[in-house]
Write a new protein. Sequence first.
Length: 390
Amino acid sequence: MEAQTTKRMTHDEAVARSKALAAKLRGRMKEGELLYRQPDETIQDIMDSGLATILKPARFGGHELTLDALVDTTIEVAKANPAAGWCYTFVVAHQWMLATWPQQAQQEVWSENPNVNIATALAFPRNEKIVRVEGGYQLSGEWSFSSGIEHSEWVMASSTERSFAGEDPQRYMFLVPRSDYTIVNEWQVAGLKASGSNGFTISDAFVPEHRVINLSQWAGPGVTPGMSINRGASYNVPLYCALPTCLTSAIVGASLGAYEFFIKTLRERLSKNSNNGSGVPSHFKQRVTELSAQIDAAEALLRKALDVIRPGGEFDLGQRARLHRNYSYLARSCSSAVDELFQFSGSAAVYDWNVMQVYWRDVKVMSMHGYLNFDAASDVFGSYELGSSQ
């Protein structure tokens, strides 16, 4: 049943709450790394903050803010705790994603829990088997890279490209409850450890028609059943034009956090050495000037992307190619900047207890997300820009 909120949160209120949330999460980096997932307290703090539903449609009890709120709140959380920011942004974005599904799916999921946690798996599955049956599909397979899966009650699992009788090959996405998938504890990794991006398996689960969506249509043209129900501009955007805002806002936030930590540490070092009468070395000034500009430029590209997608509607090939280029480039740029911050942090940064190392490893792995591959984006944008189909 649809519901209305008694008071919708404003953008400024959301940002203020994200700053308060960030203050709670700042000291939990190492705890999350040891657990290889977010602590239960962190997920509860996110839910208690009320921020999980900032992109949820108002007709279902959400605040229906824009993707600007997702970006601004994620940056604040990721600055304080990169992996927590990564998980936070998906908690918020996945409710936004559900708003584009058939109305029956929205009602089914949100009626059980208005603050539901939903995971996703967009990478191609292994050993996939999909059989069309009366009223839906029988689904089996193995999926990886599902951030926050252990804290989720549902998962959106993508398929490979396949065709059914009389249809062109398409990708599909299946909405599956916790009772129908088994988590595989495989997330033993070099970075972004606390994201808990484990895999899961599904064995011959029935997925009714209303919990299946055409991913090819959603990702490219931006056509889904939910767009005729929830008409806000934020819901009327192709998936692959909008979803990367959550990936890149976590990267930008973590990079800003790394820079702030670096400056704080460097000032402390310089203060201790000030008694000998020496000033700040010029190469220190040059390095911080260049790296601060590099991260600010990356954030500016993210803000530019928001300007493009904010009105919603149709996106031509040029717009999609440019967005893909900008998202992947800013991710690469942030990764490069944090590499430099880590390199310039001195030998103490190699110790596991050093917070800079967490920022470095987490940004590195965040920027390796499949959609943010710069070579792939270059192929698309370069072909468009040069008028080539190759």
